[in-house]
Design a protein around this ligand. Structure first.
Ligand SMILES: [Zn+2]
Length: 249
């Protein structure tokens, strides 16, 4: 296997496009994305544009499929079809200048927590980025009424979803999926993967007994120490998809 040692400072410009393709492939391999869902990256710090594939299954995305979008969800200089839910990304980037990358997924273990009263909380040290008091759930019927298809297909719903996320790292979307945000592609991919892992752990723990969740202090400390290892995970996963992504990095 190719050895990959990417630093966050290397993920800019043309490399950002390549690494976004890698993020798509990694998230498919890790079971976070399947035929649906998407991952995006802000074009540069402070930019009001972001990179996102055209409307395509994440496992098929190549460099040529990546399009530039503005914060109204308009695709720049490209007339190929865009994702219906690109407004999720646009409105989060608008509201959160700190966010450099967004994942929207329907990953299977997380969705059940969006439809029950039991809050989704961190049970493992790798998931200290989750809100220890409970992950917010975006209730789309509060904004779209009771006849929607649950999809976030316009800027207003994207803005409502971004409001539900607030200053957090993850939000659930009732009966649909979740979003994760981060300050880099490696960080958001790490968070999306460990959101799914935490969901399985919380469910399994609940079958055995009453889970003891990470305290607020533990979550904060774990997020500071373990979260800093996101690049280590990225480099392992990145090497696994090196052949799919190509060698232009
Ligand atoms: Zn969706």
């Amino acid at each position: 296997m190719t050895t990959i040692e990417i630093q966050e400072r290397d993920i800019v410009g043309e490399n950002l496009i390549t690494e976004l393709v890698a993020a798509n492939r990694i998230l498919v391999r890790q079971g976070v994305l399947d035929a649906f869902g998407h991952v995006s990256a802000r074009s540069a710090p402070g930019a009001s544009t972001f990179l996102l594939s055209r409307n395509l299954a994440p496992g098929s995305v190549t460099r040529n499929d990546v399009m530039t979008h503005d914060l109204d969800g308009v695709v720049l200089d490209d007339d190929r079809p865009a994702y219906l839910e690109r407004f999720i990304h646009a409105e989060i980037y608008r509201r959160r200048p700190d966010v450099m990358s967004v994942v929207h997924s329907h990953s299977a273990a997380v969705v059940p927590f969006s439809v029950v009263e039991a809050p989704f909380r961190p049970v493992i040290h790798m998931a200290g980025f989750l809100n220890p008091e409970g992950t917010p759930v975006f209730e789309i019927s509060d904004f779209a009424g009771d006849g929607s298809d649950l999809l976030v297909t316009n800027g207003q719903l994207g803005s409502d979803l971004a409001g539900a996320l607030g200053d957090g790292n993850v939000a659930l979307m009732r009966g649909h999926g979740s979003i994760a945000v981060g300050s880099s592609l490696p960080e958001v991919v790490y968070r999306a993967v460990y959101t799914e892992v935490n969901a399985r752990a919380q469910l399994e723990a609940s079958v055995l007994g009453t889970p003891r969740f990470l305290s607020r202090g533990e979550a904060a400390t774990a997020n500071g120490s373990v979260g800093g290892q996101a690049l280590r995970a990225w480099n392992v996963w990145r090497a696994q998809v090196a052949k799919e992504v190509g060698s232009d990095d």
